[in-house]
Structure formats: C-alpha cells, structure tokens
Write a protein that binds this ligand. Structure first.
Ligand SMILES: *Cc1c(COP(=O)(O)O)cnc(C)c1O
Length: 426
C-alpha cells in the first residue's frame, strides 16, 4: 500500500497503524492464492463470451417488450445463453423472480407433488427456505408441507462430512423421496461450501441408488467459482439469485433456474401458470442489464472471492476464528467470522456499512427480517438494494455470533471496507 493511501485511510477513516500492519501481512499471504482463482476467472470469461457469440446476441435482444411479452427475443435468448453456460437443456432467467428464494421455491413447488418427500442431504437448508418447506417455527402458511409434501434431512456428520450411510438407508427405505436438496453455499452455517467435485460425488452416489431422484442444487453464491457448475456433473436442476454472483453486480433484480428441460418447465409453470410457463412475461427494459451483468460476472465473482480470502487472513491475524481459511479451496464467496461476542459482531457489520459507497451514513441495526426466525443484522450499502455480490455483511443475532461477509464489486473496495470493519472491533 502506498503512503498516500495509508495517510488517507488514517486521516479519513481513523485506521490505526496496527491495522495497516495486519493489512500488509495479510496481502503478502493471500497473493499466492489468488492466481488459482485468476485461472478460473479467465476460463469462465471465455465460457460466457462464447455462449453470447453462439446465440448471436445483438442490440435487438435489448429491446423492451410489453403486455404478455410473447416472443421477447431478449428473454428467450438469455435462457439459451444460460443453458449453454450451465451445459444443460434449459434455463429460465427472469426479472420476475423477486429473489433467490423465489426461484428455489418455484423449483421445489414445480417438481414436487403431494405425497412426495424432499430430502436435504447437507443439513438444514438456508433460512428463507424454512417457510417454503414448512419447517419454520412460524405458521408455515402456503408451504410445501401444507400441500402434503414431506420433508426430511440428513445432517452432516460430527466432522462436517456428508453422511452417506444415512442417505443410502433413507433412499432405500423411503420410496417417497422424489428430490434431494443440495446446498452449495454455507448459508448461515459453520461449514465449508461444497465443491463441485463433492456435489458430483453426492449426485453419483444418489443416482447409483435411485437414478430417478431429482438432484436439486441451491447454487446461490457459487456461480463462476469453479470451471464447472453443478449441472456439468449431473445436477438435474440448479437455482440462484441474479443479485449475487451471476448478475455481475449489474442485474437489478431476478433469479434463474437451469437444468433438465422437464424440471425447468415444471418450475416455469409455478413462476407463472401451467400452459404459460416461460413463454409470457414482459421484461421492463432490463434485458441489457442481465446480459451485461452476466458478461461481468466471472470477473466480479472472483473479485468478491479475493475480498473473502483477504478477510479470512486479516481477521485470523487479528485473532478471530474464520471459516474457510484463506488457503481453503472455495466454492462460494462467503466468509464466516466467529466473534463469540454480540457487540463485536454488530460493530463489524456497522463498520462494513460505514465503508459502503451508498448509505455509508446509516447505522444498521438488528431487525426481524421476513423469512428469518432470528433477528438479523445486515450491512448493505449497495447500488442494488440488498445485493450481496456487493460488499455486505450479515448475521443472525444468535450464538456464537458469526458474521457472514460477502461480495465486493472490486477487490479494492472490499479491502477498504474490511479495514474499516476490523478497526471497529479491535
Ligand atoms: C441468498 C441465498 C438464498 C436466497 O436468498 P434470497 O435473499 O432470497 O436471494 C438461498 N440459499 C442460499 C444458500 C443463499 O445464499
């Protein structure tokens, strides 16, 4: 870091010499790790470029549609571009998905029927899915459970591994298991994200026992962190949010599903209605942003992962427990930091807010967020509201007080934000 930057940070943000020293050591340590991610980024940029070229995307795809939105070529071609990138039959990319949960919910509701069982194989799914499934401690109105869809989960072993023995027993004993749910990212857990190679292992195992089971992957935060996506290794369906990795920080809203034609169609029938599916839906003039965001996404996802790596190292140097460590191979952009202290957790999040380009003057506070059972604090001074591909930190207010940091459209910004946040806790 040049002296000019140091002086600026000290004078404008009150960053101490101690924090600057930690910074310099952390940067030295992480630099070596970065080259691995640069190679992935390079490959994925090529993959995206080629998909756009193969689908002959032109200015005409950016035009608006209205009303029913029949024959919106921008919308229909983006589905094809995604299907190429995910190396699968079909995709459904829509600004009409209000978030990732909505896309995941459409995938689940679309592909499950009364009497079927959904089984999660990596423990409790992401918080917002609890209401969808019907395992929230609230009323679960409109949930899969209310429609007669059963739910089971196989927890990770005490060492945090997939419990293959239990999965096998369940699949053999329970004929009603129609879909297995795999969550790539950690969510609000204290575990490592699942590598695509590990997802492959799970899918191969499950299909080896019961080939017709739908393998559904919650791909949130995982896109473009590997040269392969879950659909490259046998996933029948994946879903995610456009205000995370794959929107490249440009997409203003939306979600996607990709996978087998049959599974995607079922999901499309839940986004709209049977018979209409993905063939209707005007696009409000946002298609260019979805294309452009996709184009940036391989780059932005790696900027974010670099921020996470840096965060892991500097927080570790500062004496906090982190997961994953900076040398661990990553499959999502999340960095978990354990504070064991409510105040520190809240101050860290407030520091991230203070380092944001938007709403930096706002004090974030814990609140009862829809879809979450504990109070949640969210630092998100983002250009796109709540976009967690932008630098953000959030945490359910519960022991052992873990903050989840993610995003950063540029690594340089992530570094600054993390320095400010660290200053607030030491
Ligand atoms: C973000 C996320 C979701 C969906 O969250 P939304 O806020 O609805 O987009 C689901 N699963 C995981 C693992 C996530 O990280």
């Amino acid at each position: 870091m040049i002296n000019l930057t140091k002086e600026y940070l000290k004078n404008s943000y009150g960053i101490s010499d101690n924090v600057i020293d930690l910074y310099e050591q952390a940067i030295d340590d992480v630099n070596e790790e970065f080259s691995k991610y640069d190679e992935i980024r390079e490959y994925n940029q090529l993959k995206v470029l080629n998909a756009l070229q193969e689908e002959r995307i032109s200015d005409a795809h950016f035009t608006n549609s209205s009303g029913y939105g029949y024959g919106d070529i921008g919308r229909d071609s983006l589905d094809k571009v995604y299907a190429r990138i995910f190396n699968c039959e079909s995709a459904l990319v829509r600004p009409h998905f209000v978030n990732g949960t909505h896309a995941l919910g459409a995938g689940l509701f679309g592909n499950l029927r009364p009497g079927d069982t959904m089984m999660s194989v990596c423990g409790t799914p992401y918080d917002t899915l609890h209401n969808v499934i019907g395992i929230s401690d609230k009323k679960n109105i409109g949930s899969l459970k209310e429609y007669g869809v059963n739910y089971k989960q196989v927890d990770l072993t005490s060492e945090g591994k997939i419990n293959y023995d239990k999965i096998k027993t369940e699949l053999e004993d329970d004929k009603s298991i129609k879909l297995i749910h795999i969550q790539r990212s950690t969510g609000y857990g204290w575990r490592k994200s699942l590598l695509v190679s590990q997802i492959k292992e799970i899918i191969d195992f499950v299909k080896g026992i019961k080939p017709e089971v739908i393998c559904f992957v919650d791909n949130c935060y995982g896109e473009f962190l590997d040269t392969k996506e879950p659909t490259d290794v046998g996933a029948d369906l994946v879903a995610g949010s456009l205000i995370k990795n794959i929107g490249g920080g440009i997409a203003p809203t939306g979600g996607y599903l990709a996978g087998k034609e049959e599974c995607v169609t079922q999901a499309a029938y839940r986004l709209t209605v049977p018979g209409i599916g993905g063939e209707c839906g005007s696009t409000f003039g946002v298609m260019r942003l979805l294309y452009q965001g996709l184009f940036f996404a391989p780059h932005v996802a790696i900027e974010a992962v670099k921020g996470a790596l840096f965060c892991a190292r500097i927080m570790e140097l500062a004496g906090f427990e982190v997961l994953p460590k900076y040398t661990d191979k990553r499959s999502d952009i999340i960095q978990a930091i354990k504070f064991n202290d409510k105040e520190k957790l809240i101050n860290f999040c407030k520091g991230i807010q203070l380092g944001s380009p938007i709403d930096s003057f706002v004090q974030c506070e814990p609140w009862e967020m829809p879809g979450y059972s504990d109070q949640v604090i969210m630092a998100a001074g983002a250009f796109v509201q709540g976009a967690s591909i932008e630098l953000s930190a959030d945490a359910p207010i519960r022991e052992p007080y873990i903050a989840y940091l993610q995003g950063g459209l540029t690594f340089d910004h992530a570094k600054i934000g993390i320095l400010i946040a660290l200053s607030k806790v030491i």
